[in-house]
Design a binder for this molecule. Structure first.
Ligand SMILES: Nc1ncnc2c1ncn2[C@@H]1O[C@H](COP(=O)(O)OP(=O)(O)O)[C@@H](O)[C@H]1O
Ligand SMILES: CC(C)(COP(=O)(O)O)[C@@H](O)C(=O)NCCC(=O)O
Ligand SMILES: [K+]
Length: 257
């Protein structure tokens, strides 16, 4: 029962085809397209894929982009599109958001993926789950699987663009991350990196204090590899918690639809 997982963020659509919806499954094929290239999937990377038996995705990039992705599927296969919406409870995680359905689906699915990874390896602990995409999100989940709340920050690219457009003198190439930057490029690159690192470390403190236990720390997202080396605390860097979560949810939904 092959399974197509799709994760549409504000920068790229990521997809992976699995032989079955089972946590830990190895992808048969996978790829990523910037949103402007979504309309080329059917004639390009998807053209020679075997037909998936079913599909589950999450999309935070708006209805229009989601529709464009569905059109690419329709061109090739008769497979219904199904998209995750955050709810008050799914796959062992409960949602503490004031309005549970307003939580970004990618954040919700990534927390479910992170919790299942942790439980596969050992006892339940609190979690800090970090997604480094277009935006950065930092989620807190307690040992019982309750999402306590999370931060949303601008990602690196958005921070730099905001500074460039809001000042007269900040138009410089990307710099290096330094403890004590001594030029504008390094100052901007380091400022963004440590703003993100600082927020993440604050959330770790909040969870430690609130839960009275050391949280497991896990990071994912297209720009995660850029952040991971600059964290004061070790984070496990995972390829895609969103796909991990989609595999868990797809498996559960097929068992009890
Ligand atoms: N191929 C790449 N090379 C360098 N940076 C990348 C690449 N792909 C993604 N990024 C970085 O990751 C961010 C987007 O990651 P991604 O996980 O695709 O985000 P989203 O889920 O929001 O679409 C971009 O802001 C960019 O900084
Ligand atoms: C926070 C986000 C913009 C992150 O988007 P991304 O960086 O993955 O493209 C997205 O999860 C979103 O639109 N969330 C809805 C608002 C919320 O989660 O509160
Ligand atoms: K994302």
């Amino acid at each position: 029962m092959s399974f197509l997982a799709i994760d549409i963020g504000n920068t790229r659509l990521k997809w992976a085809l699995y032989p079955q919806a089972e946590p830990g499954a190895q992808a048969l094929a996978h790829g990523a397209e910037f949103l402007e290239n979504v309309d080329k999937l059917a004639d390009g990377p998807w053209a020679d894929l075997p037909k998936p038996d079913f599909m589950l995705g999450c999309c935070v990039a708006g209805d229009q982009v989601r529709r464009r992705a569905e059109e690419q599927m329709e061109e090739l296969w008769d497979v219904p599109a199904a998209w995750v919406v955050a709810s008050s409870q799914e796959a062992g995680v409960s949602n503490g958001y004031d309005h549970p359905t307003r939580l970004g689906a990618d954040r919700w699915v990534a927390m479910i993926g992170a919790r299942h990874r942790m439980l596969a390896e050992g006892p339940a602990r609190p979690l800090v789950v970090v997604l480094i995409g277009t935006a950065v999100t930092v989620e807190a989940v307690d040992a019982q699987g309750r999402f306590l709340g999370g931060f949303i920050l601008p990602g690196h690219g958005i921070m730099l663009r905001a500074l460039e457009s809001g000042t007269a003198g900040l138009h410089v190439p990307t710099g290096e991350v330094r403890e004590f930057p001594t030029n504008t490029s390094d100052a901007l690159t380091s400022g963004g990196t440590f703003a993100i690192a600082g927020a993440i470390e604050r959330m770790v403190q909040h969870v430690r204090r609130h839960c009275g236990a050391e949280p497991a720390r896990i990071m994912t997202g297209g720009a995660g590899w850029k952040m991971a080396p600059h964290m004061g605390l070790d984070f496990e860097l995972v390829e895609s918690l969103v796909f991990d979560g989609l595999l868990v949810i797809a498996q559960e939904r097929r068992r009890s639809p």
